[in-house]
Design a protein around this ligand. Structure first.
Ligand code: SF4
Ligand code: SF4
Length: 226
């Protein structure tokens, strides 16, 4: 899932201060799960932003809503509840959601309330860790299901650096060394031979090196010419 963090309040106030009627829109998917951008967080943010102490004059008037997935044009287009005279939308979605809203409601300004941070997974309550960078050429089949791109601080590809100590990463002793995790996972799987095998060079181009990426699925509306 995509993990995001609320921007500093002063930054949000600075971006909305010129507007009088602001619609705050939560997103009902990833950012709801990681407790940063759902409808509840949108209501809490509206309460905080309505406080007069943030402004020299009167605060803007806030309305709050939510869209199940702001990154899907159909769901955005079905949202009919933009109050009249709204002069800006403050989105609590990831960057994909903010841009989908901006396209759909152009020329209405759509402002991000979150910093989109990473693709994460949760293995304990309230904690999400980065596990994938969407590199486009997944190597998990020969790294024991541990991603060296996202989970090694240096994205090393051929084993640990010299700083790996007792299973910890040299950049932070509380972070496991990804290559130690890979080694011990493969050992448990009796697959250590995978570390000795030569693999095709990783193709970094699908990771974004060739410009913005796009995926077209024919048969559900997409066509080869899209
Ligand atoms: S190898 Fe690439 S696609 Fe696979 S988990 Fe890592 S970053 Fe994600
Ligand atoms: S200690 Fe391990 S995880 Fe940290 S940078 Fe070196 S190889 Fe990567």
């Amino acid at each position: 899932m995509i993990v995001g963090d609320l921007k500093p309040l002063e930054e949000i106030v600075f971006t909305i201060t010129e507007f009088r009627k602001v619609l705050i829109l939560g997103c009902g998917s990833c950012v709801t799960v990681c407790l940063s951008g759902g409808e509840r967080e949108a209501r809490e943010l509206a309460r905080e932003l309505a406080h007069i102490r943030h402004y020299k004059g009167d605060p803007p008037v806030f309305r709050v809503g939510s869209i199940l997935r702001q990154c899907e044009q159909d769901l955005v287009a079905a949202y009919q509840e933009i109050p009249p005279e709204t002069d800006a939308i403050l989105s609590l979605a990831c960057g994909a959601g903010v841009q989908t809203l901006a396209d759909a409601f152009e020329p209405l300004p759509v402002l991000p309330a979150l910093n989109t941070t990473f693709f994460g997974a949760s293995n304990e309550p309230g904690v999400w860790r980065e596990v994938c960078q969407g590199c486009g050429d997944c190597v998990l089949s020969f790294t024991g299901g541990v991603c060296p791109v996202a989970r090694c601080a240096k994205s090393l590809f051929n084993g640990p650096c010299g700083g790996s100590q007792n299973g910890s990463c040299e950049v932070d002793k509380y972070t496991p060394c990804a290559w130690a995790l890979i080694y011990y996972r493969l050992k448990k799987q009796n697959k250590l031979h995978l570390l000795d095998e030569l693999h095709f060079s990783k193709d970094w181009q699908p990771g974004g090196g060739a410009g913005p990426r796009k995926r077209v699925r024919t048969g559900i509306g997409g066509s080869a010419g899209d």
